[in-house]
Design a protein around this ligand. Structure first.
Ligand code: PIT
Length: 454
């Protein structure tokens, strides 16, 4: 790859891109094949599990049959012939059973071998996926115009605030759909909009900012967003300022809030879904923390699903985000108290691990639909947070893995320096162990099967 002279003549550049595209296509067809083989192996595994189940059932039947054939001693005394026959049958059965046993052991060994094969294939596939995903070339080739424009050389991805001189001047640049409020209006007014010059669908957040103090707060948000560029964080496309408003033009995502998936009774969120969601939030946090940015308002409403099909998410609302300053205390009156870390409730110093507390609360909620600290009123909720009063006693946690519980236990810790950081959380088995993920995947399948056949 390094021999490619990207900045040389156009022809060479195109040839380079063609070559890379060819390679990517070959890679992607290889991945397709791998995935196909993996599916085949998985379906064979299913078949074998079924066979083992059948064998086990047969064995149980045989045991029952054998017990039934044992005649009461009184009768055996009466007819010695029957006794001999029974003994013969029993002998025959125990021979059959030992053969069956041996067969099922062999099957179990085969099954284990195939499981190992599937797991290593999974690792290969995810390795290839990660390599392709992180490739700069892919970024150039496949990222949408929004991302490319945001990264254009003249502004290096940073959005300067453009002044709007006349009211409604924004109409010259964007057609805002005032009827369509995105996200239920929880974070002010966010509307779907289309950029007139490109036809690109975006989201416009209109923030009332009448005085300098309010404007400075929004400018802080813009400054923070300008420093962030990550697949799991919503991107800022442009920013405009008029006399009374600041308009943030943001990347559009249409899958709704993660919060809605938690409360949607028709959508059964499985533990593996929670792993997928939390891993992405954690990746976003890991990046933000690496860039010295604290989010400080992480909650399910601020996590958006990219679409309704996949489980990809983006973190939004950087209204309270800030560059980390050691020993900074936060004197902000936050809205919903359920997600606040103890140090915020106490007006104590905030740090990267303040976000990790919120990650613990979100994980707990994704797995159970319950809020760990929610009391009858805000006061009780705040007291529960300060006393770190929470547990896994609810029946919603019956099927939850020990790894998931351990993950939460390491985040919902009052002392922020004892909590896991984002890197450590990424390495925790709940997010990183493919064997566990496979187990959860199998559980999902059986659960779905159970749902269908019930
Ligand atoms: C979308 C779709 C949607 C909501 C949003 C964007 C909102 C994003 C947002 C971003 C912020 C913020 C508040 C909201 O402070 O349903 O594409 O930085």
């Amino acid at each position: 790859m390094s021999s490619l002279v990207i900045n040389a003549s156009g022809d060479c550049k195109n040839a380079g891109f063609d070559l890379i595209q060819d390679r990517i296509e070959t890679l992607s067809s290889k991945m397709d094949k791998l995935i196909h083989i993996q599916e085949k192996v998985l379906s064979r595994l299913d078949g074998m599990s079924q066979e083992i189940d059948d064998i086990e059932q047969d064995m149980e039947h045989l045991m029952v049959d054998k017990e039934e054939i044992h005649l009461p001693p009184k009768m055996m005394n009466q007819t010695q012939v029957v006794g001999r026959e029974v003994r013969e049958i029993c002998h025959e059965m125990s021979t059959i059973m030992s053969v069956v046993n041996r067969r099922s052991e062999q099957q179990a060994q085969k099954l284990e071998g195939m499981e190992k094969l599937v797991l290593s294939m999974q690792q290969v596939i995810s390795f290839i996926g990660e390599t392709v995903k992180s490739s700069k070339v892919i970024e150039r080739m496949f990222k949408g115009p929004a991302a490319r424009k945001a990264k254009s050389k003249d502004n290096k991805g940073k959005q300067t605030i453009k002044k709007l001189e006349k009211p409604n001047q924004i109409r010259n640049f964007y057609t805002i759909n005032w009827q369509e409020v995105l996200g239920g209006g929880r974070f002010g007014q966010v509307h779907k909009c289309v950029e007139n010059s490109s036809g690109l669908t975006l989201a416009a957040k209109i923030i009332k900012a009448r005085n300098q103090k309010e404007k400075d707060m929004v400018k802080n948000e813009i400054q923070v967003m300008n420093n962030l560029d990550h697949a799991n964080l919503i991107q800022l496309y442009a920013a405009y300022e008029s006399r009374n408003d600041i308009i943030l033009v943001l990347e559009y995502v249409g899958g709704g809030e993660l919060f809605d998936r938690i409360i949607d009774e028709n959508y059964k969120l499985m533990e593996l879904d929670a792993v997928v969601f939390i891993k992405q939030i954690c990746e976003g946090l890991q990046y933000m923390h690496k860039m010295s940015v604290l989010h400080l308002d992480l909650k399910p409403e601020n996590i958006l699903c990219v679409n309704r099909i996949t489980n990809r998410i983006k973190i939004i609302d950087f209204g309270l985000a800030r560059i980390y300053k050691p020993r900074e205390k936060l004197k902000v009156n936050f809205g919903t108290p359920e997600f606040l870390a103890p140090e915020i409730v106490n007006y104590d110093f905030v740090s990267f691990n303040t976000d990790m507390w919120s990650l613990g609360v979100i994980t707990y909620m994704l797995l159970s639909g319950l809020c760990p600290f929610l009391g009858d009123d805000d006061n009780e909720t705040l007291n529960n947070i300060l006393a770190c009063q929470w547990n896994f006693e609810e029946q919603e946690f019956i099927d939850t893995s020990e790894e998931a519980k351990d993950f939460i236990r390491r985040l919902l810790v009052v002392n922020r320096s004892w909590r896991m950081g984002a890197c450590e959380a990424m390495r925790h088995p709940w997010l990183s162990d493919p064997v566990l993920h496979h187990r959860l995947h199998t559980k999902v399948k059986y659960h779905c099967h159970f749902y269908i056949t019930e």
